[in-house]
Design a protein around this ligand. Structure first.
Ligand code: NAD
Length: 340
């Protein structure tokens, strides 16, 4: 299948001029939460950005403001199929993949395919174009971790045949094939292990704790906490993550780097923070813990600090406020939209 390209150029000669001078970057998963923020970042840094997405979980609304720009193009394409991009590429950011449990449990085969075949295609493209590639790995490769906080040296505790295995193992394979392309083909590769990230453009109904809590508070429903709520997570604001990814891409470090905010909180305390933030008068309702739900999550970010000079700048109170403002500003019908 050939990629369907949508470009909205103001004028063709502007585009030609831009293409001569600007570095060209391909962002897969461009219409998703993180991909759309990365498109914004690279546009702001003066790159020519080529977004690619099959819209399986993403939404063109996240990038529609970029369509009139001469240095933005969009391909509606499934990266698990052969990728053809004319012209040169300097960087590839491979972020296409369902990312929240509600999505990857519904589309498990596509999740495994985009992590394996999709990554293989992106690495092949990087090799052909002599481009540097960064792949979006995840703290989920640590599974339900037996080491706390998690350093990059920890190999993880993943149940390969559990319900979350389709995502976790796809991402572990993704890391393995990326290192293989680096070692055997000399491709310039970077691996970012992303810990829970939040911010504007998340989907309210994607099932992750933060949008779930805010959505429930805005609808006047009780906040659902799974188990006794003692399981912990560490939430990183999206601007911090994007800065870390940018630094890693431009660094010369080929091994995995954790990017996340080490400020750990139990989900029960987090639910209480959301109640205070939203001024909601609802209660907390408890439901059984899903299978293989990780009990603890906290990144060790020593490597990011040392190699990239990176550490998160936005504290949770500030980040939550910005995210809440975004969700509050959405049209009312978004609050009641069912998952894709
Ligand atoms: P998202 O669902 O908002 O975005 C993913 C995007 O990829 C969507 O636009 C979707 O349509 C697209 N996509 C999926 N399969 C595709 C395919 N085969 N071809 C083309 N496009 C495809 O998720 P997100 O939160 O933005 O996550 C982006 C990446 O970051 C994922 O690889 C995810 O595993 C990783 N990640 C995210 C987090 C987080 O906290 N958000 C944490 C760890 C890792």
């Amino acid at each position: 299948m050939t990629a369907e390209k949508t470009n909205h150029f103001t004028n063709a000669s502007t585009r030609a001029d831009n293409n001569l001078t600007k570095k060209r970057v391909l962002v897969t998963g461009a219409a998703g939460f993180l991909g759309s923020h990365l498109c914004d970042k690279f546009i702001n840094e003066g790159y020519h950005v080529i977004g690619m997405d099959n819209l399986i979980t993403g939404d063109l609304k996240n990038i529609e403001h970029l369509f009139p720009l001469p240095n933005f193009e969009f391909y509606h394409h499934d990266v698990s199929k052969f990728i053809h991009i004319p012209g040169e590429l300097d960087y590839i950011l491979h972020f296409a993949s369902p990312a929240s449990p509600i999505d990857y449990l519904k589309i498990p085969i596509q999740t495994l395919k985009v992590g394996s075949l999709g990554t293989h295609n992106c690495l092949g493209l990087a090799k052909a174009k002599n481009a540097r590639i960064i792949i979006a790995s995840t703290s989920e490769i640590y599974g339900d971790p037996l080491v706390h906080p998690q350093t990059e040296e920890y190999w993880g505790n993943v149940n390969p045949i559990g319900p979350r295995g389709v995502y976790d193992e796809a991402k572990r394979f993704q890391e393995a094939i990326t290192m293989a392309y680096h070692t055997f083909h000399g491709v310039e590769t970077r691996i970012v292990r992303i810990f829970n990230t939040y911010g504007p453009k998340m989907r309210l109904n994607d099932g992750r704790a933060l949008p779930a809590f805010i959505g429930q508070a805005l609808r006047g429903e009780d906040l659902t906490v799974f188990g006794d709520g003692s399981q912990t997570r560490s939430f990183c604001y999206v601007d911090d993550l994007v800065d870390g990814i940018y630094r890693l891409l431009l660094s010369d470090y080929a091994f995995p780097v954790n990017i996340g905010n080490p400020d750990e909180i139990s989900l029960l305390d987090f639910a209480k923070e959301i109640l205070t933030l939203t001024d909601a008068t609802v209660k907390i309702a408890y439901k059984p813990l899903p299978k293989d739900d990780p009990k603890q999550r906290q990144p060790d970010i020593s490597k990011a600090k040392e190699i990239l000079g990176w550490s998160p700048k936005v504290n949770r109170a500030e980040g939550l406020k910005k995210t809440y403002e975004y969700f509050k500003g959405l049209p009312k019908e978004e609050l009641f939209k069912l998952p894709k």
